[in-house]
Design a protein around this ligand. Structure first.
Ligand code: LCS
Length: 400
């Protein structure tokens, strides 16, 4: 079905039919997996024409592959973007975009609380190439304005933030960033997925994803997505993907994500239902000190959550009374919940950011980012909510 028709349809319809332009000669319903590294040419002349983009066609799977293309078209439709690019990991997506748009001497402003490896890339990696990064608390967008310099080329926003669910106002921050006409806004949309939040419609220029998470949804793939304007995506393909990172996605993994995306809407609705039930339970439990979840009535940024997100998602962080000594007992005490990093899977996952996902932050930076030693992060899965709650209840009773 063509893109203009699909664009007018509902989210689930887009995620099922988007990008499926024609059936192949076998009329296969499921997306064929073009498990090939290279593509043949009819003649030397044709090879030359395809390489110089005078003729459309696939040439080598690092740069493009029909199975991967279907995923890219689907994601472009779901994010409301002109185009998207699928890569071999979320970090591959972020770095491919950065290596394309940045040069030595440029300046980045990033939200202070972000995924640990993105923080490491900004804090350690960028300095090697003479790119300066300023971390700011974007809960007050005027902090972005204060940090802007003539050489600010990129504002990076993660919202909700990993791991403590701080929200950043994409619309307000984009407006400030765009006062400098050379400045691009990149939003990491991994936590909400395009079902709950649409950064491009709010003013961002580039959306990135760890497709490892909700987009695939089944914990069996590492992948990334970049979405935005066609011209920018073309540039990232030839620079960031083709020769700077080579972070291409395998056709088989693209197939799995295409399959996973067909249920994104119903999975997200169930994740959100479960997230709300688990957050309410934790919030009322006597062993729990504090719960971080954008759906709770006393969440400090509840108005922003309602403004830019369809629902509050299903990642919850919390602290228990007695700090991490007690927290460890809770993590070790669960049975149904799995002790593992990653998120967005069918299984409920529990982890300790200070010693796992956010280890790259030193203690001072971690405290400044609002990631306490005792913080525990839950990715609420798709099991029956009462079973998740019963598991957590049993573990929490161990520390009462
Ligand atoms: N962006 C966010 C917000 C993430 O949470 C992650 C991974 C990435 C980017 C990188 O994606 P990847 O390369 O892993 O596909 N977050 C993880 C987490 O919280 N636990 O394990 C990985």
């Amino acid at each position: 079905m063509n893109r203009d028709k699909i664009k007018k349809m509902g989210f689930a319809t887009k995620s099922i039919h988007g990008g499926v332009t024609s059936k192949d000669s076998t009329r296969s319903l499921a997306t064929p997996i073009y498990q090939t590294a290279t593509f043949s040419f009819e003649s030397a002349e044709q090879g030359g024409r395809i390489f110089s983009a005078e003729e459309e066609g696939y040439l080598y799977s690092r740069v493009g592959n029909p199975t991967v293309s279907q995923l890219e078209e689907k994601l472009a439709i779901l994010e409301g973007a002109e185009a998207s690019l699928a890569l071999g990991s979320g970090m591959g997506a972020i770095t491919a975009a950065l290596w394309t748009v940045l040069k030595t001497g440029d300046h980045i402003i990033s939200s202070r609380t972000i995924y640990g490896c993105t923080y490491e890339l900004f804090e350690l990696g960028m300095a090697k190439f003479g790119i300066d990064v300023t971390f700011v608390d974007m809960r007050d967008p005027s902090n972005v304005k204060e940090a802007m310099r003539p050489g600010t080329r990129l504002v990076f926003i993660e919202t909700p933030a990993n791991p403590n669910l701080i929200l950043n106002d994409i619309e307000a921050i984009s407006a400030i960033a765009h006062e400098n006409e050379n400045c691009l806004v990149m939003a990491d949309n991994t936590f909400p997925s395009p079902y709950l939040q649409q950064p491009l419609a709010l003013g961002a220029d580039i959306v990135v994803h760890s497709a490892t998470k909700y987009l695939n949804g089944h914990g069996d793939v590492i992948a990334g997505i970049v979405a935005g304007r066609q011209e920018l995506m073309d540039e990232i393909r030839v620079t960031g993907l083709k020769y700077m990172t080579g972070a291409s996605l395998s056709p088989f993994d693209a197939f799995l994500i295409i399959r996973g995306l067909k249920t994104l809407e119903i999975r997200m609705e169930r994740h959100c239902d479960n997230g709300e039930a688990v957050a309410d339970f934790l919030d009322s439990h006597p062993a729990v000190e504090k719960v971080y979840f954008p759906g709770l009535k006393d969440f400090p940024q509840i108005d922003l959550a309602k403004k830019q997100m369809k629902r509050p998602g299903a990642i919850i962080s919390f602290e228990v009374k007695g700090g991490f000594e007690s927290g460890k007992k809770v993590i070790n005490g669960v049975e149904l919940c799995t002790i593992a990093v990653s998120l967005g899977d069918a299984e409920t996952l529990i982890q300790h950011p200070a010693s796992m996902t956010h280890l790259p932050y030193n203690e001072e930076a971690r405290e400044k980012a609002g990631i306490s030693e005792g913080l525990i992060r839950l990715s609420v899965g798709l099991e029956n909510a009462e079973d998740i709650i019963a598991d957590l209840k049993r573990a929490l009773e161990m520390i009462l």
